[in-house]
Design a protein around this ligand. Sequence first.
Ligand SMILES: Nc1nc2c([nH]c(=O)n2[C@H]2C[C@H](O)[C@@H](COP(=O)(O)OP(=O)(O)OP(=O)(O)O)O2)c(=O)[nH]1
Length: 127
Amino acid sequence: MLRVTCAIIIHNEKILICQRSNTMNLPLKWEFPGGKVEPGEDETRTIVREIKEELHLDIEVTKRLQPVEHDYPAFRIRLVPFIAKMIGGELLLEEHADARWIAVNELNRYDWAPADLPIVEQLQVER
Ligand SMILES: Nc1nc2c([nH]c(=O)n2[C@H]2C[C@H](O)[C@@H](COP(=O)(O)OP(=O)(O)OP(=O)(O)O)O2)c(=O)[nH]1
């Protein structure tokens, strides 16, 4: 099973969502940014590292949400979501096609990676 972390980054009451590029797996799907946990790596460390590498942002994790398990045709994923706040840096996209700061009530306007749908639902309920 592929272990992946993702971050729901909050800043000025908006959430950062990112669109996967054409060349990535799940092309042009929207996601919460993050990436694969490396062997022996702590998940919190993974998410802080990935957000810095991919977006040039500094984050502080405030909460870990319930992990989601999802079966894609070619692999199975365990996606661990973290709520985080932006504490520094300036957004610069290293890998993604697009990124937007949006309100919670705009989440359902986007074409999400299937594994993210339970997280999107959870965020809307908790609002
Ligand atoms: N980052 C991220 N990946 C997600 C999400 N939902 C989802 O199904 N995925 C899938 C897409 C990919 O198959 C996998 C994560 O791969 P990735 O390409 O983002 O991770 P990475 O940066 O560590 O990978 P790599 O480029 O080093 O190979 O998880 C999500 O919300 N965020």
